[in-house]
Unconditional design. Sequence first.
Lengths: 371, 192
Amino acid sequence: MKELEAFKLIENYLNGQLQGDALLDFEHQLETDPVMAEYFKQYKEVTSTLGFYNNRKALKQKLNAIHADLEENQAPALSPFGNKEKRKFFWNQHYATIAVAASVAILTVFGTLLSVDLWRSMGKQQAARYSALRREVENIKSSQRAIIRDITGSLANPSKEEVNPGNFTGTGFVISPDGYLVTSYHVINGADSVFIENRVGKRYKVKSIFRDKAHDLAILKIEDKEFTSFGTLPYAFKSGDSDLGEKVYTLGYPREDMVFGEGSLSSRSGFEGDTTSYQISIPVNPGNSGGPLMDNQGNLIGVISGKQLDLQGAAFAVKSAYLKQLVEQLSSDSLDAPIKLSKKNSLAGTSRTNQLKKIEDYVFVVKVYNN
Amino acid sequence: MPNVLYFSDKALLAGIQNENEEALAYLYKLHFPMILHLVQNNNGTDDEAKDIYQEAVIIFYEKVREGSLELNCQIKTYLYSICRRLWLKRLALKNRFAGIVSESDTFVEVENDIAEATEKEEQFSKMGEALALLGEPCKTLLEDFYIQDLSMQTITDKFGYTNSDNTKNQKYKCLLRLKKLFFNIYKADVVK
């Protein structure tokens, strides 16, 4: 029990509860009694260690809590988009910018796609720079013409078809006196019925008896009881190639009236190096297709077929050699009476205007109906 | 929680001195990644990093609270040095010491602090053992009186003793028993 008493004393002393004699007594004892001094030391050590122990325990708990908190917060922070609140905050702050950026992105994407597409289609247009020259008739103009004709009362054209001007027109010319004509394949392509009409309004119904798509040529035959003969043709068909730079001209119907066009033979080959045709420098227009290409001496050297859209003054005409070849094959293969191409040229040496006067009766407008 | 109040070492030290828990938490979170990196790069696991780091923070914290810390470098460097030392020790125990990879990192000499810390760790664990042997209700009684600073009357009511003198006597008995247990374990070990 001595130890217990000693501890009580020590505690009271440390708490400042010892006073007067008791205090002095204790202090004296502490100095003189080594056992008491040892107890004092032990008391202090035990209580302070106890305090230290508890403090450290509490601290450890705190640190564990902090660590748990750290780990808890760390996991979502590692995710690339941050936690939900941060995302929400970010969205609220920047949604306008994001919207603008998104729409710019969308516009750019679709703009690029569209322009690439447009550019491609432009490329396609460039590839299709060859234009066949058949003319799409404007209904209004032609019916006006029909009305005017009705008023003037042209007796030569009593037929009812007069009112209908046709869907397409081209040009054609006579190749033999017994009613054969030639025009371009593309003019009569898809036609239900074909009529020809000359400059004074004389009209015949014709039938296409042969079509050559490769050379863009078509042979027509007049099927009309009124028709007898054209008489002797004034021009001859040339079988060889013509020379570069030769003066050439054509007659055709790019509009309702006959139009003369003049130029030179500018190349021995046609569109994209096509050797079956010439390149000529005659200004031609839709409706000129199928027109005769004549040289200075009045020889027929080709048939107008088309022009190049992206080139100034580049028109093309199929060479007469291929026309002759076609006619000869046709005569031997499928016709009872062969077509005789005239070889005699009665135009040589005459002036241009005289030549034209003789030729113009043999050049027809070809009207195509395909409804 | 980025708290601008503790952006400097001085502010942190002041915060810990005042037992500010936010300061402690801030400090803890601020430097943990560094130690995690150190331990992970030197054959250690996350848990080991946590142990080492907590030990270092405890040493630092207690020294700050005691006022015995002589800090002549950054807190970061101090913590790093402690951890480095502790980790080397632990590696030596595991017989896997191969030298710490990044010796280029700055660290200061902390041998004394480590020795002191080892001593304290010893005390801590012995006291833990002693308390465990002491058992209830002595343990709680002593804690309530010496740590929580509860009044005799409160403790009397809590434990259901008849009066406070009884409680006092009981307390002294417990303290004596703890003393015996503690010295037995502690001194015996130290003498060895």
